[in-house]
Design a protein around this ligand. Structure first.
Ligand code: SF4
Length: 338
């Protein structure tokens, strides 16, 4: 009999399963408490459950986590973790330590369908959607799990293309029956898959990051095929209907490519596109990947671009490059060949 995975289930689903097994309904509260409060995932260690209940659970269910298959540490302290998924694919997560915070960049899919020209994950193609358990497992199973202050869904995959499982994982992280984290500690990134974005804005309070990279539609379509299906202008129109002046933050990720999107004209287009939106822009240096025409930006040009946007009133920062030596930096995640 295939065992049921309990991590990632909503309380009502858990209740239904528990009752089907002939167990008392209060087992749900006990299980949630062990898994999400105490971070104990082995039934034999759940000491307030009756011995017979523990035995039954061990026979029919799983709640334990899968340790990463491999870890690689960068000179700057960043750690890249490799996980095997339930269907035998591989995914990566990246832990980024800073003096005042610990951020984990998690994957939502093995590979990706979106095919962005500058991204190694896009080149892998799509392998599978991760379950909520596989998403949460990246968070629970690393040695630094207790040091995490922030989670960003910016690893492999497009979160809005696997939204059911992403929302389920977000619920486990933020609900009072789960980890009880503030949604302010979590950022979900998207290239603007419109139906998913619309639903995400209604069903989650987590921060949102949009991968933008250029304000020119034709240029964006050449780099990001998804632009043809979901034009950025439609996402911006939708975002203008949402209040980002309170707890929830909106940011735009802008990878800077040398000579392609780093001049004053591109900055002016960006200013026009985002005019009046409560948001910030994160500039990311392009990290070189093989066989592309893209090049890393010139540092002086990058700084000028950032200064120009800031002077015009658009809050802009240059994101630090982390973990480049272990191919953990933005756009470099790939498990092809495994
Ligand atoms: Fe997919 Fe994001 Fe890479 Fe585009 S940048 S191919 S959406 S992982």
């Amino acid at each position: 009999m295939e065992k049921v995975q309990l991590v990632g289930k909503h309380p009502e689903e858990l209740k239904q399963w528990v009752l089907e097994q002939g167990l008392p309904a209060y087992t749900v509260r006990q299980l949630l408490d062990w898994m999400y409060r105490k971070r104990v995932f082995r039934f034999e260690e759940m000491t307030n459950l009756a011995k017979a209940t523990r035995t039954l659970l061990s026979e029919r269910a799983e709640a334990f986590h899968e340790a990463p298959a491999h870890a690689e540490k960068s000179a700057d302290g960043t750690v890249k973790y490799l996980f095997r998924t339930l269907d035998g694919s591989f995914i990566e997560s990246v832990y980024i330590p800073e003096p005042d915070r610990g951020t984990l960049c998690v994957s939502s899919q093995a590979g990706c369908k979106m095919g962005c020209a500058f991204c190694m994950t896009g080149r892998m193609g799509f392998k599978s959607n991760l379950t909520a358990f596989e998403i949460l497992n990246q968070i629970f199973s690393i040695p630094e799990t207790g040091d995490l202050t922030n989670i960003v869904f910016m690893g492999m995959g497009e979160p809005m293309d696997n939204l059911d499982e992403v929302l389920r994982a977000l619920d486990c992280l933020t609900a009072s029956w789960g980890l009880g984290w503030s949604p302010k500690r979590i950022t979900v990134s998207t290239i603007g898959v419109l139906p998913g974005l619309n639903r995400f804005l209604q069903e989650s309070h987590c921060h949102l990051a949009i991968s933008l990279h250029t304000a020119l539609p034709d240029q964006r379509a050449a780099w990001m095929p998804s632009q043809k299906a979901w034009p950025l202008s439609d996402s911006i129109e939708l975002l203008r209907t949402v209040d980002f002046s309170g707890q929830r933050r909106l940011s735009f990720e802008y990878i800077v490519f040398c000579g392609l999107n780093d001049d004053k004209a591109h900055a002016d287009h960006l200013l026009r596109l985002l005019d009046g939106l409560e948001c910030r822009v994160n500039l990311i240096r392009f990290h070189t990947i093989p066989d592309t025409p893209f090049k890393r930006p010139d540092e002086t040009t990058l700084q000028y671009f950032a200064d120009y946007l800031n002077k015009k009133g658009l809050k802009t920062t240059i994101r630090k490059s982390r973990g480049e030596d272990i191919k953990a930096a933005c756009g470099l995640l790939s498990t092809s060949g495994m």
